[in-house]
Write a protein that binds this ligand. Structure first.
Ligand SMILES: [Zn+2]
Length: 436
């Protein structure tokens, strides 16, 4: 649970490595400070995104309508279903999907809506190629009423499991919720790195909550809210994962913000210099890009209009009118995937001692498309090329018969979507054993 009263927990660093100039001031909260988060929202599929500081919990007029499940979250056992479980939670990116405004009788609707959202998001690269690095969990959240608050108008209040509501902070398309309730449900999944909340609504809207450090009691780094029946809402989730998995900065600017006030940017997709060779994406310069641009330096980004540059004219990190990450974004996403997930796992724990005739079987994550996994075996650091690609070997077969010799299985992703050697290193996983 988030201990909210008396603690201001504004997520000031909304975007890791980015600046938060888009933030509105913390609203006056009366006598006691109110726990808040900074969120990003979209007035429409093609509209300029915005940021706002919102309460971590729903306003009293909405929150007092508590679903029985959320009233005592610690004691609730929600039904959890694996949409896909491709590996151990320690070696996978665990995405949790939950609904709000679905009654107990509407759980089949929720599952269908969740599947449609996931299919849309995972049609986008590099999610498509790397879906095999994810476990995806559905958590059922039965609401007392169907639909959510603020739909269709601001005065509508419904009793739902997560207290989702449009018109958050008087902004129609901003879809907020009670993050402590999200945490209570997310914690019932085997693991939760990222959460999607699908609101049972046809009204366009959503929000992105990004947490460089998970909120109290939670393990997730991001929550994206989306409406279920609007065909464009899934792009809000796809964009928000760009922040919470890829650490990407926004590539849009606000009219009137003027010149970039910072001497540098930590974000891989933002540069303070138009000097092509000095950008962080120099390895991609001149390439035709999935967004339709040629990679270069385009002025405007990270909320400012001048003195700051982005890699492509448009992208999913600039507008939801684009459904593609640029090459720079794809590479950052792949780096992020591997920060959470390993491409190689084994039932024989890495670091243990094994007999020379013991079978060492490894499993490669079921990645596809852009990815290209290469498995190499080593004995004491020397490659055994005749064993390349073999999923099961014994140390003796590799020539490692004496006690103390070290056997290593290394998987490198040779994908052409990665050019930075540091990212390639991050996309390399190894397991090791010692012969006893
Ligand atoms: Zn954004």
């Amino acid at each position: 649970m988030i201990a909210s009263v008396g603690a201001v927990v504004t997520a000031a660093a909304l975007l890791a490595g980015a600046h938060t100039a888009g933030a509105a001031p913390v609203p006056s909260a009366g006598p006691a400070p109110v726990a808040t988060h900074e969120v990003e929202y979209f007035d429409g599929p093609g509209a300029e995104p915005r940021h706002k500081v919102v309460p971590a919990e729903a306003p009293a007029r909405i929150a007092r309508h508590r679903a029985p499940a959320a009233a005592a979250p610690a004691a609730t056992a929600a039904a959890v279903t694996a949409v896909q479980e491709t590996g151990p939670v320690s070696g996978r990116l665990d995405l949790v999907v939950m609904g709000d405004g679905y009654t107990a009788a509407q759980q089949a609707d929720f599952r269908a809506d969740a599947q449609a959202t996931l299919d849309s998001v995972f049609a986008i690269e590099p999610y498509a190629s790397y879906r095999g690095l994810f476990n995806i969990w559905l958590v059922d959240t039965a609401s007392a009423e169907s639909g959510i608050s603020g739909d269709p108008t601001a005065g509508v209040v419904r009793n739902t499991a997560l207290s989702s509501y449009f018109f958050c902070e008087d902004t129609e398309r901003l879809l907020c919720l009670d993050t402590s309730k999200v945490t209570a449900y997310a914690n019932q999944a085997p693991a939760s790195d990222i959460v999607f909340v699908i609101a049972n609504s046809a009204k366009y809207g959503g929000a992105g909550y990004s947490f460089p450090t998970p909120p109290a009691g939670a393990s997730y780094h991001g929550v994206a809210t989306m409406s279920s029946d609007n065909a464009q809402s899934y792009l809000i989730g796809a964009h928000e994962l760009g922040h919470s998995i890829g650490n990407l900065a926004d590539e849009y600017q606000y009219a009137g913000y003027g010149a970039y006030p910072y001497p540098s940017s930590d974000s891989v997709n933002i540069s303070v210099t138009p000097d092509l060779g000095a950008t962080k994406w120099y390895r991609w310069l001149g390439e035709q890009d999935p967004t339709g641009s040629v990679i270069g330096t385009y002025e405007g980004g990270d909320y400012y209009e001048t003195g700051v540059y982005r890699p492509t004219s448009t992208s999913l990190m600039r507008t939801l009118a684009s459904t593609e990450f640029n090459h720079v974004g794809r590479e950052a996403m792949i780096k992020g995937f591997y920060a959470y997930a390993d491409a190689v796992t084994s039932t024989v724990p890495s670091g243990t001692r094994v007999r020379a005739n013991e079978k060492l079987s490894v499993r490669l994550a079921p990645v596809t498309g852009l990815s290209g996994l290469k498995l190499t075996w080593y004995v004491d650091g020397k490659p055994v090329t005749r064993a390349t690609g073999r999923l099961s070997v014994t140390p003796a077969e590799l020539g490692a018969t004496r006690a103390g010799r070290r056997v290593t299985a290394t998987v490198t992703d040779t994908t052409a979507a990665v050019r930075d050697p540091a990212v390639r290193a991050a996309a390399t996983n190894s397991l090791s054993w010692q012969v006893r």
